[in-house]
Design a protein around this ligand. Structure first.
Ligand code: ATP
Length: 311
């Protein structure tokens, strides 16, 4: 048994749990978004990506590649397309977008709305690539089916983004067997075309919890988890895998002047991100115990990150 392959997209170089992640099956990329008018960057000379030697914290952050602000969505996707492809071979693949509020996670994962060919992000590109490959694999005797789901975890509560937000249903994570994670009342949809997936992204966007923050006018206040269950049948054998694309909630400093609800929200966000960091570190260190159950996100992804993943 080998651990699952997964990637972390990182937008800020000041991550505490980065360094150990650059070993093994975990790779980290850094994308720097362009400056926006709302950044009020009066003096552009003061904005640069500093190397380790110049970093005043002295903390080393190894990344596979840094994408500068001018990098297009296409260029960013090129580097991960091979990994996305390996999901069709039975590998569980997870891609995380991690970074400060407003650093461009949702832009990287989904792309600006309305979605367009040149600016669409990782989720639509990944699906596009998969559906194209399946046509070629059909000639080699493979038949694939894809089932999509889209969840969010807000304040440690799971919501189904494919169901109207006025519908209140309780979702619990269950593990009927060691290699199955089941979310009660989760909506699964068979998808066959890219257009179907695009419409799911649109529905999910409308249902996701957002708020206006200091750093982002429309800030996502939850983790969003898009999962594509892949089943391939052929005379040579069958494969089952999951492609998981996660747009993490933005990391933020606690501002004591915030309202009680917002403070509670920020604390839950920081706690959840720190638990995710704990899991990454345990996996990178190949610890015998990985604290998956410390948060809903890691419990939900247990089989995609380690455990019985076919990698
Ligand atoms: N590479 C980019 N090119 C152009 N605009 C970008 C880029 N990345 C992000 N932006 C813009 O920056 C703003 C913030 O981006 P986005 O909402 O994706 O950030 P986020 O990290 O998901 O924030 P949050 O954690 O608050 O949800 C948006 O207006 C988005 O369109």
């Amino acid at each position: 048994m080998e651990p699952a392959e997964f990637f972390t997209f990182l937008h800020t170089p000041h991550s505490h749990f980065l360094t150990p992640l650059t070993q093994g099956n975990i790779r980290v990329f850094c994308r720097v978004r362009p400056l926006l008018p709302s950044d009020h960057a009066e003096n552009l000379e003061h904005h640069c990506i500093s190397s380790i030697e110049e970093s005043h914290s002295g903390r080393e952050s190894k990344v596979q590649r840094v994408f500068p602000p001018c990098s297009s969505q296409e260029v960013v996707f090129e580097d991960i397309s091979l990994i996305v492809q390996s999901a069709l071979d039975g590998y569980n693949v997870s891609i995380f977008a991690y970074g400060q509020t407003g650093s461009g996670k949702t832009y990287t994962m989904e792309g600006p709305h309305p979605l367009q060919d040149d600016t669409m992000g990782i989720i639509p590109r990944a699906v596009h690539q998969m559906f194209n490959s399946v046509v070629e694999l059909k000639d080699k005797g493979w038949k694939y089916t894809f089932t999509a789901s889209f969840l969010e975890i807000y304040n440690e509560t799971i919501r189904d983004l494919l169901v109207d937000k006025t519908v209140k249903k309780e979702h619990k994570i269950k593990r009927p067997t060691s290699n199955a994670v089941h979310v009660t009342n989760r909506k699964y949809l068979n998808v066959e075309t890219v257009e179907e997936v695009l419409s799911l992204i649109k529905i999910a966007k409308q249902n996701r919890a957002t708020a206006c923050t200091r750093m982002n006018e429309s800030s996502s206040r939850s983790h969003s988890v898009f999962q594509l269950k892949i089943e391939g049948l052929s005379k040579k054998g069958n494969i089952t895998s999951t492609l998981t694309l996660i747009d993490l909630v933005g990391s933020e400093r606690i501002d004591k002047s915030e309202s009680r609800d917002r403070l509670k929200e920020t604390k839950a966000i920081n706690c959840s991100l720190s638990n995710l960091g704990g899991v990454f570190i345990a996996l990178a260190n190949k610890d015998t115990f990985v604290p998956y159950r410390n948060s809903k996100l890691t419990y939900l992804l247990q089989n995609c990150l380690g455990g019985n993943s076919k990698t």
